[in-house]
Design a protein around this ligand. Structure first.
Ligand code: CO8
Length: 258
């Protein structure tokens, strides 16, 4: 795939935005390549996904400013819709996703990271929504996901001021779950991804669906969504084996995704 590579390490898929000459900025082709990779991911052999950027300087430095500079209102709308569709697809993918933020995560880059379930970053990472300094608003979900992740007040300050924050501040406000050296970043997220992949895959996927669907609903409806995903686990071999192993005081050798 041209601007997006996809590799597998066991049950873990690694998506890399690969346009380092433009700090992995997102143009239409990058988004199309990302969509093609997401569409190709199989629940049969993938249990966790890592999303990162090529190189050691940038995760994604935003949407491509050159490509956007002459857009009409209609073209901008279409570009925003396209990006939103793909980021939603990533967010709704039932497999857990971890962003390994290896540098700049600005504008669309921060929005891509926020479309993942979990974020870890390197010490050199920089996060921000610089759009108002370019005369636009965030357009790939930033006004919505940042609020949900770090709260209304902090999100409004970041978005209105266009002020970037460094890794330690991103950790303090809860935008990332942890900060590592550049060298430690991929081993750290890979260890987490493999730990996730060791668990019963259908149960993990149902957890993601329950959290994602439930979050959009009031508590009454949200707990009924959980009931559905919880009870569905009882038709799986992995539930029977997981509980049998506990009762027999042994470890599950391997879950079978059935
Ligand atoms: N778009 C296009 N090219 C970029 C981008 C970008 N977002 N970011 C970096 N590049 C390019 C540079 O133009 C440069 O190319 P060249 O070598 O050909 O001149 C190359 O990458 C290297 O960049 P710099 O020389 O600028 O590297 P520095 O280390 O000096 O600076 C920065 C790094 C601070 C990251 C700087 O490049 C920068 O500020 N980039 C722009 C960051 C930004 O403002 N991002 C937000 C963009 S807007 C957005 O994402 C909106 C998303 C929703 C869109 C919805 C539309 C409808």
């Amino acid at each position: 795939m041209g601007f997006v590579t996809y590799e597998k390490d066991g049950y873990v898929g690694i998506i890399t935005i690969n346009r380092p000459e433009a700090l992995n900025a997102l143009n239409v082709q990058v988004l199309k390549d990302l969509e093609a990779v997401i569409d190709g991911i199989s629940l049969n052999d993938t249990r966790a996904i890592i999303v990162t950027g090529a190189g050691q300087k940038s995760f994604v430095a935003g949407a491509d400013i050159g490509a956007m500079s002459n857009m009409s209102v209609q073209e901008a709308r279409e570009f925003g819709t396209f990006g939103n569709e793909i980021f939603l697809k990533l967010e709704m993918l039932p497999i857990p996703t971890i962003a390994a933020v290896n540098g700049f995560a600005l504008g669309g880059g921060n929005e891509l990271a926020m479309s993942c379930d979990i974020r870890y970053c390197s010490e050199n990472a920089v996060f921000g929504q610089p759009e108002v300094g370019l005369g636009i608003t965030p357009g790939f979900g930033g006004t919505q996901r940042l609020v949900r992740l770090i709260g209304v007040g902090k999100a409004k300050e970041m978005i209105y001021s266009a002020k970037n924050i460094k890794a330690d501040e991103a950790f303090r406000v809860g935008l990332v779950n942890g900060v590592c050296t550049q060298e430690e970043l991929m081993p750290t997220v890979m260890k987490l991804a493999k730990r996730i992949a060791d668990n019963a895959p259908i149960a993990v996927r149902n957890c993601k669906c329950a959290i994602t669907d439930g979050f959009l609903n009031d508590m009454d409806h949200a707990v009924s969504i959980e009931e559905k995903y919880f009870s569905e686990c009882f038709e799986t071999e992995d539930q029977r084996e997981g509980m049998k192993a506990f009762l027999e005081k042994r470890k599950v050798e391997q879950f079978h995704n059935r």
